[in-house]
Design a protein around this ligand. Structure first.
Ligand code: PRP
Length: 526
């Protein structure tokens, strides 16, 4: 019988990638669906998402459904003593999706090279990451950075080790304004600060970047790291039309307790999060008692099907001007924000019309605006429904969306405060009852001062809570102070100043970098 099966596009991709990896000398690694839970408890920060599904085995030992493959491979591979092992996998992992309460079974394909990581093997893995992207039918970009170089840079500026993680997080958020403030607080001089900000904002095609590295980091990073990174970038295949583009972008960061060399992320046009992620993870190897080196990457296959990458009707994008999708916060602040965008070269005056319409576009200016609830802007941007948006710092602190924070617009200024009755005296023998809409901000603040609290979540009119004895204090926004005054309350502590910030989706940025950078620049020059 001559029966043929039609493979689904994702199955075809899977076989294509297996063939590529096997031809390159990688052998398939198979494993159980579960591992001892301790492996994840010990390396919690390595995991891409919180939440692990656990169960006990017959002897009562706590087990987990694998949320990750790399940790299992390292755990199950002996120390290689000079040898090199090349492995690839095709496995399902189990993770809670961000912002959702449910777990998902996520197919992941990836590879790991363990043993001797040299210039050649590093190039081999990066080339395989590029080849992986190249077989996906979408425009793609690989963004590359080097955490060793960033750590050298921080050390050479005199940043204490304790502040490294926070600063690397701000670099990863393209958050120039907060970085500048932190560096100032660390007493780093004006000239050094300016140099640092220029370096971390650097983004250029890989071959161009390779040429500029040594002058950019002159004396600020170790020669070996610069040599290694430059050798890697120079060896990348020449760019061809239709092939993935490779860029150096220092906003690509990862956890420095695990990754300490080259790191990279792959993006597809129209997919709102990175589809590929990888890097050199010697620090993880050391933590797990291994003396050899390692580098690898994973492709999140579920994102390809979730975002219709294989569908033939998916938008094909040519050289025409791309629309910039902007989420504006409805209300008074939104109108001020629109005026600023208009002056920055993105006019669409229909936005201000007195109608119930929520979406407006001006194709000539290449812009599409949406009016959304202010507290929802960050969700639209994080999920890629909007490329950029304007959200209050209160919302960014509360929901911690994974977005770039490009600019402090200086609009909508207010303060996040603790407020209470005028005669309030804290009785530290009891836990403090705090009413708020901002549970995370309140919890973080009280944790930082070591005060035990009970949070009472309310959705509005928070000021009533202490008056009626529902809470001892509130954590809320204070703008003019009128609401507090009229309710006989007063500010007890100021937690953080708040203002509107320009945010951008991290996966839109590589495809609309020029428009977004021009918008940011013009808004900053207002
Ligand atoms: C905010 C905040 C305060 C008030 C502060 O409330 O929660 O109640 O503004 O402003 P003021 O210092 O100028 O008086 P919002 O208007 O957002 O309504 P809410 O009660 O629903 O939180």
């Amino acid at each position: 019988m001559n029966q043929t099966f039609k493979l689904l596009p994702e199955e075809k991709l899977n076989y294509t990638l297996r063939a590529i990896y096997e031809e390159s000398g990688y052998s398939r690694y198979r494993m159980n669906k579960f591992e001892e839970y301790d492996l994840y408890a010990d390396h919690r920060d390595f995991l891409a998402a919180d939440g692990v599904i656990t169960f006990t085995d017959l002897s009562g030992k706590l087990m987990a459904l694998k949320p990750d493959v790399t940790l299992s491979i390292v755990k199950n591979t002996r120390d290689l003593k000079g040898k090199t092992e090349r492995l690839y996998y095709n496995e399902n992992v189990y993770r809670a999706a961000k912002g959702r309460d449910t777990f998902r079974e996520i197919p992941q394909t990836g590879l790991e090279l363990l043993g001797c990581v040299t210039d050649e093997t590093r190039q081999e893995v990066l080339n395989l990451a590029l080849r992986t992207l190249s077989v996906i039918p979408k425009k793609s970009v690989l963004e590359i950075s080097h955490l060793g170089i960033l750590q050298d840079l921080l050390a050479s500026l005199g940043v204490p080790e304790s502040a490294e993680k926070e600063l690397i997080g701000l670099i990863g958020g393209r958050n120039r304004h907060e970085l500048e403030k932190r560096l100032e607080a660390l007493e780093i001089g004006t000239e050094k600060r300016a140099l640092f900000l220029e370096i971390v904002a650097f983004r250029a095609p890989a071959p161009e970047a390779a040429k500029e590295l040594s002058s950019l980091f002159d004396g600020l990073a170790s020669e070996e790291h610069l040599r290694e990174f430059s050798a890697l970038l120079t060896a990348l295949p020449e760019e061809k039309a239709g092939e993935p583009e490779a860029y150096v972008d220092f906003s690509v960061v990862d956890d420095i307790s695990y990754y300490d060399g080259v790191v990279f992320k792959g993006f597809l046009d129209g997919v709102p999060e990175p589809v590929l992620s990888g890097g050199a993870y010697d620090a993880l190897m050391r933590k797990m008692g291994r003396t050899s080196s390692a580098i690898g990457f994973a492709l999140y296959v579920n994102l390809l099907t979730d975002h219709n990458v294989f569908s033939e009707t998916a938008e094909k994008v040519g050289g025409e001007r791309r629309m910039l999708n902007v989420a504006l916060p409805k209300g008074r602040l939104g109108e001020k924000v629109y005026q600023a965008f208009r002056e920055a070269g993105f006019p669409c005056d229909e936005v201000l019309s007195d109608s119930r319409k929520l979406i407006f576009e001006n194709p000539e200016a290449g812009v599409r605006y949406f009016w959304v609830k202010p507290s929802d802007v960050a969700i639209y941007v994080e999920r890629g429904a909007a490329d950029v948006g304007v959200a209050g710092k209160d919302i960014l602190l509360e929901y911690a969306p994974d977005v770039f924070e490009l600019l402090d617009l200086g609009l909508g200024k207010c303060r996040m405060c603790v407020a209470g009755k005028k005669d309030f005296a804290d009785d530290t023998r009891k836990s403090l009852r705090v009413a708020t809409k901002f549970g995370r901000i309140a919890a973080d603040y009280y944790r930082s001062i070591g005060r035990d609290i009970d949070i009472i979540h309310l959705n509005g009119s928070i000021e009533i809570a202490p008056i009626l004895g529902l809470s001892d204090v509130i954590v809320d926004i204070v703008e003019t102070g009128t609401t507090l005054k009229e309710n006989n309350l007063e500010v007890l502590e100021e937690i953080v100043p708040i203002s509107a910030r320009l945010i951008a989706n991290k996966a839109s940025y590589p495809f609309k970098a020029e428009q977004i950078a021009a918008l940011t620049k013009r808004l900053s020059e207002r």
